[in-house]
Design a protein around this ligand. Structure first.
Ligand code: DGJ
Length: 739
């Protein structure tokens, strides 16, 4: 059992293989956080509770007799509440029926059991077997409202990951309002750390930003109704000198796809509090007697092997204990998507002709993107009208799928289920089905409005119309797009006191729709998308095992986007395609080899008109397809080591996958800008120093220790012969196997 309770000291000790998290039930039932970090041996930990040092402006809880200066404003509160003396950021605020919001939770009981808790209606990590994880539930009660607040802790035995979630129940006789509920709150007796967030925008998602903590509050959040391009629901805290390989790093990742906030406060005593959960600007949850509310899960990862170690915890956990379904482990089909090849300008014959080339080249899945339904030939209409445009296709969808299947390919289709175009049959019939506020103007983005996913009738309509397509054509893949953020977040059905619930109800509705479709069509491979990677989060990964990482398909830009994405998300989730040049987003021309080498670092595919390839390019596709199969296991299941960051220099980037037994290594090196004239020697971490590795292309042999401590030489040996051969856009993959 990875969770122990020391009855005498009243201390819970939660252990993963290399980390410990400790909580104390203090006098008066206050829960104090004692420690989170490298694994500890025993529960003799009381000495770590900071003594109360200054109480002049920090109210005292006089009921704590052993420490008459006890103040929640200074102590390391395990789950901070508002209005009763703790002035730092609070995780919970409950407003009682009388109008007051002084919240004060105290310990009541606890439960420890094998296996991992689950959260009804919400995505969460899970244990494949009971032995993989244990759960601690600490039940507390709010003194004021009688709200029963249960703190959940999931402790993984195989990874250094601890999860948190919260349940609130109204077991009393009066309703109350949850005004703010964060899922985790962690205290550190230090402030000498850096905070890292992943910011971005359309076409440049997930750029790591690292800054030292300072006094005050730093926040990363989304109020857009989706996790967003702008800030990923992830934050890391790490030692100032932590690198990819060394130092302590803590990750906080929110298993949620809507509004979120991660706040890190350094107080006057140089202590740090990290909270993460639902963003509360327009959040509230009305709790009638007998009702229950669950706050989504936060996954905390710890490593003392730097940021790389932290990422590898997430990669394994999200790959094997978050993603589900057939394609969690089944090999993903290598796909071609027609979006950048044709956009919406296609006929059925053109699609079949691309599929013919795909079949000859060894591609396994053909994906028909936007433009096949309603009257949709541009982005101005038809979202919601999920009826096949047979005139445009020149055949039914069933016939198209059959023709493509006959070529030996699977067939996949694009949907944007959550949207409605004001120019559509659906809008004519149901103008009140979109998010809106009375007669006020409905803001459009990309000429579209958003369906009210909190409504059951809307979700029923979507299940019916999507099922109708799936039942009449052999469709094995769906690309699930989402191309705008929420505005005028009002529902025609919710009563006024529940309108504040709509942001969250929207996300619950989205999850419900995904779940219903996956239950009905369990063989489907879903790919997430949101104008590229605008909803790339662990919540979606519970339903979709891969996400289109960015609408920027330029290989040089993708180096950065994929590098940043890899802070949390495994390669198996990062959908990456080879597209045409000049690149449609940047105008840049990059070699076909490099476009393949960079896309190879994810869920690989093509996104161009295969009919336009030259013979030379077709030969390269065949080579890439062969490499895709050769490298599949090591990329999808191996350990990633980031080696040269494209954010720390503008010239070079390098990364590597190492197989679990360390006998295989796949190293990628890219020159992003400028000219690479001489030699770069790059140390390869994570190998076995005792093994001898053979370069599979050249047959050269290297000892593991020499590669690890000396490095592999990327010498420009073509330089004298071919001139400036290794410059902008050059890349190389080196595949090493142990002898
Ligand atoms: C945005 C996506 O990111 C693209 O890949 C494509 O599917 C378009 N939407 C289609 O409208």
């Amino acid at each position: 059992m990875s969770i122990i309770f020391d009855e005498k000291r009243k201390i819970f000790k939660l252990d993963t293989p290399n980390s410990t998290y400790a909580i104390k039930i203090f006098e008066g039932g206050y829960l104090l956080h004692i420690y989170y970090g490298k694994r500890l041996n025993d529960t003799n930990l009381d000495f770590m509770i900071p003594s109360t040092i200054d109480v002049s402006y920090s109210p005292r809880a006089k009921s704590v007799l052993s420490d008459p200066d006890f103040s929640t404003d200074i102590k390391p509160m395990e789950y901070s509440v508002n209005g009763t003396g703790d002035y730092r950021v609070s995780a919970l605020q409950i407003r009682a029926a009388c109008g007051n919001a002084s919240t004060d939770i105290r310990y009541k009981s606890h439960k420890i059991y094998k296996g991992k808790y689950s959260l009804p209606g919400l995505p969460a990590t899970y244990a494949n077997t009971e032995d993989e994880a244990d759960t601690l539930e600490i039940v507390t009660e709010d003194v004021h409202t009688g709200a029963v607040v249960t703190l959940y802790y999931g402790v993984f035995n195989c990874y250094d990951a601890i999860t948190r979630a919260v349940k609130v129940e109204n077991t009393g006789k009066e309703p109350f309002e949850i005004e703010r509920i964060f899922s985790t709150c962690v205290h550190f007796n230090r402030m000498d750390m850096d905070m890292i967030g992943l910011w971005g925008s359309w076409a440049r998602e997930r750029t790591p930003a690292r800054r030292p903590l300072e006094h005050g509050i730093r926040e990363v959040k989304s109020k857009r109704g989706s996790s967003s391009h702008y800030h990923n629901p992830f934050v890391a805290l790490c030692d100032h000198n932590a690198t990819e390989q060394l130092g302590e790093a803590y990750g906080f990742s929110f298993v949620y796809s809507g509004n979120f906030s991660a706040q890190c406060e350094v107080d006057a005593y140089c202590q740090t509090r990290m909270i993460m959960g639902l963003e509360d600007t327009d959040f509230g949850w009305h709790m009638e007697c007998g009702e229950t509310f669950y706050a989504p899960e936060v996954v905390m990862a710890y490593s003392d092997e730097g940021l790389g170690g932290m990422s590898r915890v997430y990669h394994k956990l999200y790959r094997y204990n978050l993603c589900r379904g057939k394609y969690k482990t089944a090999k993903r089909p290598l796909l071609v998507n027609n979006w950048e090849g044709t956009y919406m300008d296609f006929t059925g014959d053109k699609l079949v002709s691309i599929a013919k080339d795909a079949s000859e080249l060894g591609i396994e899945l053909f994906v028909l993107d936007d433009g096949w339904f309603g009257e949709r030939n541009d982005d101005k209409s038809s979202l919601g009208d999920w009826f096949v445009n047979e005139k445009k296709l020149g055949r039914t969808m069933g016939e198209l799928a059959s023709e493509i299947n006959a070529l030996g390919l699977k067939f996949g289709l694009w949907f944007e289920p959550e949207m409605i175009s004001p120019i559509s049959k659906l809008y004519e019939a149901h103008p009140d089905w979109c998010l809106h506020v009375g007669e006020r103007e409905r803001s459009e983005a990309r000429h579209q409005l958003i369906l009210d996913m909190s409504r059951e009738d809307v979700r029923d309509y979507l299940v019916d119309t999507i099922s109708n397509i799936l039942d009449n054509a052999n469709i094995e893949y769906i690309k699930w797009d989402f191309n705008r953020n929420l505005t005028e977040v009002g529902s025609a059905l919710l009563p006024p006191e529940r309108q504040k619930e709509l942001f969250h109800r929207y996300v619950l509705g989205l999850y419900d729709l995904n779940e219903r479709l996956l239950k009905k069509y369990p063989y489907l491979l879903l790919e997430g998308c949101s104008g590229g990677g605008g909803r790339f989060d662990p919540g979606m990964l519970y339903y979709v095992p891969q996400v289109w990482a960015s609408d920027d398909s330029d290989a040089m830009e993708r180096i950065r986007i994929q590098y940043g994405t890899s802070f949390v998300y495994p390669a198996s989730t990062i959908s990456a395609h080879v597209s045409a040049v000049p690149n449609h987003q940047t105008g840049r021309i990059t070699s076909f080899e490099t476009r393949g080498n960079i896309a190879m670092a994810g869920a690989f595919g093509y996104e161009l008109d295969l009919n336009k390839l030259t013979d030379e390019e077709r030969a390269l596709v065949r080579e890439q397809v062969a490499n895709y199969h050769k490298y599949y296991d090591i990329i999808q299941n191996g350990d990633l080591y980031r080696i040269i960051s494209p954010f720390e220099n503008d010239r070079l980037a390098a990364w590597e996958y190492v197989s679990g037994d360390k006998r295989e290594v796949l190293f990628t090196f890219a020159v992003m800008r400028g000219f690479f004239p001489t030699t770069v020697q790059i140390k390869l971490p994570g190998l076995d120093p005792e093994l001898v590795y053979v370069d599979q292309k050249t047959g050269k042999e290297y000892s593991g220790s020499a590669l690890m401590y000396g490095g592999l030489q990327m010498a420009n040996d073509d330089y004298m012969v071919n001139g400036f051969s290794r410059r902008d856009g050059y890349s190389e993959i080196v595949y090493l196997k142990a002898k």
